[in-house]
Design a protein around this ligand. Structure first.
Ligand SMILES: Cc1cc2nc3c(=O)[nH]c(=O)nc-3n(C[C@H](O)[C@H](O)[C@H](O)COP(=O)(O)OP(=O)(O)OC[C@H]3O[C@@H](n4cnc5c(N)ncnc54)[C@H](O)[C@@H]3O)c2cc1C
Length: 461
């Protein structure tokens, strides 16, 4: 029999499941999980397969593609219930028709609702809100490995907290409910800072209360900050969206395509560097002059990436840094990028980004459970040398006390995961073994990263 090959959206994570199935109902999922001969382990559900790591890989096992289960089931004034394969952007656009919106309007519109409920995500926290999507999941329904239905609600807060970090290892999620709120107008504007200015201004910028997202240039030591807040006096019924269309085009199409072309067609490093710096200065200027407005909608930030990645595709990694150490860690990151370039000749061909995310203990593997965090995330079209760079970036971030995301920070070592999450891994494993004693859903990726001494698992979950 010919071997199947599947890959994630970016194309760098390739695997060979024994079979790929597309359930259309809960009954289909139960049948898949119960039939171990037709549907061998590991069984991994995936939504849009946009993850940067092998978290959704079902090597020689069963890949459950959830995209056919994409119905929006119910919209209430404070909540939306959907099937797990529905896309975040489709849900957001439907809610908008009801004058409602989701809480975290991250850029990736292709995020599936099932993944949103049980995986790591990030967006700059809006004033008074969290920046992790799963924190707003109020009901998660799944089929456990034994084929039983399990519904987890806010009545079981600790179980819900752990399930929000379950990465499909407790069961296949078929339905989720997320909290929603009335649609609000949103202000956005950008400013450019040198690293030293940003250092001086950061306390005041935080005090002003806007969300803070950053584009970071380690080579020019400059930072473009995107500020956002909801604007109560504006009418969200007549918003402008051209600013976000422009930004989305720059970020999701032009910047990666430019990076790809410069890398491919310009062989001389000094000319490439000049082209990157010039382009990034222009992007900063364009954002300051044009990506501003008082009556935009958060939903308009979401991007529907093409189902099949084009030459404009890009990838990235992320680690969260404790906010109190951010500036010294950012200085270390900028220096690391320059030193790494000098020593190895590698620099990423896109600008880095960063987010400020509020303290949030709503999920077990939250990267901001101890306090607010800020991030510096390299982005690239994966020009040659990217993987080696990521390994060194992981070492730097781990040394600086950072926390990675298991679906978005690639090439992690078990020691780095252990250092970041400590005893939380044993807590997770106790729950996982309770729901999945035979490891039906466990793939090699998680088997290698979530390492716990047997003695730590003695206490029942
Ligand atoms: C171009 C691009 C831009 C991005 N921008 C952002 C961003 O702005 N913010 C951000 O936070 N992330 C961003 N990401 C990362 C992305 O949000 C996460 O990797 C997310 O997990 C992808 O969602 P997905 O539906 O593709 O999940 P998948 O990759 O399909 O799955 C992720 C994990 O969830 C599990 N899973 C999925 N569905 C189910 C289910 N129904 N039941 C049980 N388990 C399930 C999978 O097994 C896997 O472990 C971006 C990624 C790309 C490629």
């Amino acid at each position: 029999m010919e071997e199947l090959q599947v890959h994630n959206w970016f194309g760098n994570i390739v695997s060979s499941p024994y079979v790929v199935v597309q359930p259309e109902s809960v009954q289909d999922i139960i049948a898949i999980l119960k039939d171990t001969s037709k549907h061998p382990s590991p069984v991994r559900a995936v939504g849009s397969n946009h993850s940067m790591t092998s978290c959704g890989v079902a090597e020689h096992g069963t890949l459950v593609d959830m995209r056919k289960m994409n119905r929006i089931l119910e919209i209430r004034p404070d909540a939306v219930t959907t099937e797990a394969g529905a896309l975040y952007i489709d849900v957001a656009q439907e809610l908008q028709k009801h004058n409602l919106e989701l809480y975290v309007n991250l850029e990736l519109g292709n995020l599936s609702m099932g993944s949103a409920a049980c995986c790591g995500t990030k967006d700059a926290s809006m004033p008074g809100e969290y920046g992790q999507v799963c924190s707003y999941a109020s009901v998660i329904k799944m089929v456990t490995p034994s084929g039983e239905l399990l519904e987890i609600t806010e009545e079981q807060p600790e179980l819900l907290r752990v399930a929000r970090s379950s990465y499909g290892l407790f069961g296949i999620i078929y339905e989720v409910t997320f909290k929603v709120k009335p649609l609000e107008a949103m202000s956005v504007y950008h400013k450019v800072y040198s690293l030293d200015e940003f250092d001086k201004q950061l306390p005041a910028l935080k005090a002003q209360g806007d969300s803070i997202m950053m584009y970071l240039n380690p080579f020019l030591e400059t930072i473009l900050v995107e500020f956002r807040h909801y604007h109560e006096t504006k009418n969200p019924q007549s918003p402008t969206s051209w600013q976000w269309k422009f930004r989305n085009f720059l970020w999701s199409t032009l910047a990666p395509f430019y990076g790809y072309c410069v890398t491919k067609y310009v062989p001389i490093a000094a000319i490439r560097d000049f082209l990157f710096s010039t382009f990034e200065r222009l992007i900063f200027l364009g954002a300051v002059l044009l990506v501003r407005g008082n009556n935009t909608l958060a939903t308009a930030q979401q991007i529907r990436y093409p189902a099949v990645a084009t030459k404009s595709k890009y990838t990235f990694s992320i680690w969260a840094s404790p906010e109190e150490h951010y500036i010294s860690n950012l200085r270390a990151y900028f220096k690391f990028c320059r030193d790494y370039y000098r020593v190895t000749g590698y620099r990423s061909n896109m600008i880095s980004v960063g987010y400020r995310i509020t303290q949030d203990n709503s999920s077990l593997f939250s990267y901001s459970s101890d306090g607010p965090v800020m991030t510096f995330d390299p982005v690239s079209t994966a020009n040659p040398g990217w993987e080696g760079f990521l390994i060194a970036y992981n070492e730097l971030c781990s040394r600086l006390g950072g926390v990675p995301l298991l679906n978005q920070s690639d090439l992690l070592t078990p020691a780095q995961v252990e250092k970041a999450y400590g005893e939380r891994i044993a807590t997770f494993e106790r729950y996982r073994k309770h729901f999945d004693p035979t490891g039906r859903l466990l793939n090699d990726y998680f088997r290698k990263l979530l390492v716990v001494a047997e003695s730590a698992l003695d206490v029942s979950a």
